[in-house]
Design a protein around this ligand. Sequence first.
Ligand code: SF4
Length: 327
Amino acid sequence: MIPYRIDFEKIKREVAKRGLGKILLQLPEGLSIYATEIADELKGYDVLISTKPSYGACDIEVYRDTLTIQFGHSEIPNIQYPGNIIFVEAPADVSFKDVAEKFADEVKCESVGIVSSVQHIHSISEVKEILEKRGVRVFVGEGDGRIKYPGQVLGCNFSAARHIASKVSCFIFLGTGDFHAMGVELSTGKKVYVLDPYSGEYHTVEEKVDKFRRQRFGAIVKAEEAERFGIILSSKIGQRRWKLAFAIKEMIESTGKKAYLLMSDVIHPENLCYNVDIYVNTACPRVTYDDFLRFSKPVISPLELEIALKLRPWENFTFDEIVEVNR
Ligand code: SF4
């Protein structure tokens, strides 16, 4: 059984409306194990399952005469998508009741901001009600143009948290995995609790944030010594920060150092073997943070470059975020 709520009748209506011959299924890691079950539900259509990893709505695969159905992500409002793609969010079928009650019983936090990735965004109201019944003040923030739902965070955008940070004493992140919670903590300076509905437990991410900060500071120190910079640009529709990449090139060159623009669709750190001292990544910020050990040279974010070039103080260190994309 697929443990996500997927409305196949709605999908079929959309497919009929578009009148395209083939369907391409794009699935993130957690959903790919159900790819064949999803294809079975769409019996009668020519279904292709993409085997390319799908990390976000920033990364789409489209072909002529084919309708792409991207599962597990919501569209990013400030991206102009082609017409032959639809997004099926596939919310997780799980309740936060137990873990939210446990959190409310055990943690003293007078005003709470709730954030979530799209899989659990529908559970924000459930958790809000539980906390408010116990006298906790709850805030859910609106994000910027990259965010579809109030309270939603992406691995590259925490604006929904930042916009309410001054009103809350702590945040809770609904879901599993610590990356988003760490992003919220670094971007707001507020403590974040991760509420995991599967284990029924909650935890904080302070230690991981400290370790992360130390790792990043190590990379910045190396960047201070660098003379030759490789600037990574992505060709993916939702990761194109090309203006930023060109601005960075100018910024580096104005200090008398050398910079080269390196363009790619999927970034394979192992393939980057250029004669540079350091890479600056303008594509998905997760590449900098999750894949840094796979690079042969240090890799830093645009913001970390500014610190290394003494254009930004160390105290202003935070997560790299994508606000808008362009060519
Ligand atoms: Fe997710 Fe990275 Fe895409 Fe942002 S850029 S939506 S973090 S895959």
